[in-house]
Design a protein around this ligand. Sequence first.
Ligand code: PLP
Length: 443
Amino acid sequence: MSNLAIFGGSKSVTMDPGDMFTWPIYTIEEEEAVLKVLRERAMSATAITMEFEKEFAKWQGSKYALAYTNGTMSLTAAMFGVGLGVGDEIICPSVTYWATILSAYTLGATPVFADIDPDTLCVDPRDIERCISDRTKAIMVVHYLSHPADMDAIMAIAAKHNIKVIEDHSHAQGGFYKGRRIGTIGHVSATSMMTGKSFAVGEGGILTTDDQTIYERALAACHYERFNDKIITPELKPYNGLPLLGMKGRVNQFSSAIGLVQLKYYDERIKEIRKAMNYFWDLLEGVPGIQAHRIDESDGSNMAGWYIAHGILKSDELGGLSVTRFCEALCAEGVSCSMGVNNPLHTHGIFKSADIYNHGMPTRIANTSRDVRELDRELPQSRIANSRTYSVPWFKHYRPEVIQEYAEAYKKVALGYKELLEGDKGNNEETMGIGRWFFYKST
Ligand SMILES: *Cc1c(COP(=O)(O)O)cnc(C)c1O
């Protein structure tokens, strides 16, 4: 009889995970910090937020930090910060969460999608130049699913073409790329701090930069009460008092208060996650069909910022086994495994035909001089990303005996591929139907 649980063998994962996956971790300190804000009726004030921004900037190694209602707003402010406006193009990987780029529309700008690298799953620097035109103003980089993007190559292309780089580090908070903290390499960075993220404070986002003009533009965008006569950027000065984007971006101080406490323990907690995740991947080293999605951390200069970890399926080493079948077998082993990553954005109608502002034509092409949708045809890796990726457990604690059980499940399924090929109906469609538009589900 088969030893695979899907065929009646015993399950690999038997231990109670306990709080292995519980996140975020909080203590009485957060509870007290939140209560203090409530008792002072200071939810809409800014003193605690400004304290949090100062600490966050120090931790990150950036000159300025500004907190926002959510990550989406901080990314919008980052785009406005670098001067993105009507008629400008911004390059972004197609495989990411919508909030990375969708609000470019709000600024009248045009998203142009670049392909992802098959190993890092981040934007492929080799594909960026194909996307550049004389209207390109910025590149939005996402350090995707924990993995740092290849920033040296990206910064070199940006310098050559005089383009600004924005880092969305919602998936890699606290990571390092060649000795530099993620979020300090581009001209400006922004990140989500919502409950599902690794740096989780509740709804909130934070922008960081070393550039005073970008900072002041990002502030003028939607922090009206701090957009005052302290602003020195000449183009902004005459308009202080009212937010230039016509939106309010202030974070509530429950989030800032939690952030101040979380920050104290964050490095310590992610260090343990790192140890657990690397242990998991080490156990799977050399198993056919399984490729870790992680950066080499051995010399200490690179570090992933672990967040909803995934793995890469080398289906050709497993006789063409589909990711659907692979995950099915893992679920039977007691692993909650899901197929795919974020659906490639260029396949959604909002980037194809939606006319959001009554332009009489698709918003995507309403403000630029070329049909950038034609470039979407050449995104081969983005198209197949869902069919070669699967989730792996995002361990929050280093507990070898639990991690071993999970690694054993992946190993058993990969080694049992021949039995699984029989009954493998393949993936639903080439890419669609197995990925998702978002990971976090609020209940
Ligand atoms: C979560 C997330 C965002 C948006 O953040 P919100 O706080 O949910 O607005 C942006 N980009 C990426 C990559 C994200 O995962």
